[in-house]
Design a protein around this ligand. Sequence first.
Ligand code: NCD
Length: 308
Amino acid sequence: MPHLINIQNLTKQEIMSILTKASEYLYIDNKTKKINYNHTKELDNKTVYNLFYEPSTRTRVSFELAAKNLGGRVINIDVALSSVKKGESLKDTVLTLKAMHSDVIIIRHSEDETAAFIADICNDYPTIINAGNGVTTHPTQALLDLFTILKHKPNIEDIQVSIVGDILHSRVASSLITALKKLNCKKIHVIGPEILLPESKLHFGENVSIYDNLKDGLQDSDVIVCLRLQKERMMHTLILNEEEYLHTYGITSKSIKYAKPDAIVMHPGPINRNIEISSEIADGKQSVILEQVTYGVAIRMAILALYA
Ligand code: NCD
């Protein structure tokens, strides 16, 4: 597999083989009784460059840890201190890394299609992995979200997944919807204030219903995916009272009752406590937010092992 650009290009079988490989890297540590990662040598002698043009904690760190767990060498490029600040274009930065014989470039960028663009420039090597581009694609997040959902709700074809919040600016939402559909999930609800929803009710195609009302949208949900208000991706300043947002669209001890009692609560992070999710829920027993983080490393190990 040459590059990982988006979920759309993956078959159901390819998705399942990434998830299966990820589970092979996880084990329960006897001493701590916590999940830990196996260490292997699949990336021995390989060099991985983290090229992040946007802030990131979990995605960048989990790619770094994943590569190191596989025996790879990781170079984190600090874009703020790089020649980008002297006006170097993305193309020239990538060609420079290619000339140093990089094996993998992991790219996060605010523009859609950036990973596809640099994959075209690089051709067969290095391997390009999309770590979140613009408002449309974030394939590794979708894979770790699927992995987490399947751990708790293995009957994915029959469950209802509700994605709540700033849908319009969320590459997490669009990638996860694509991934869920590939696994034949038939009930996907998308919920948010009208201003943060796509214009057309048919935007996401079949199996996806759009709601501007939390109560109706969450009804019968098995999985709730909560999203941050992604202000840095908004074209216009959102005039929105955060307290009111929590009350109307936030996942709180009141609103969670609309969903099934055993529903799990997910969030890609970073969370903004008491804006889109109350602390009580984020830290509560239905939350699997930190499990997502744990599984994210295994998913990125699987991707690096399969693609590098
Ligand atoms: C998401 C992203 O970058 O799109 N975060 C992540 O990768 N964990 C979601 C967000 O920024 O809110």
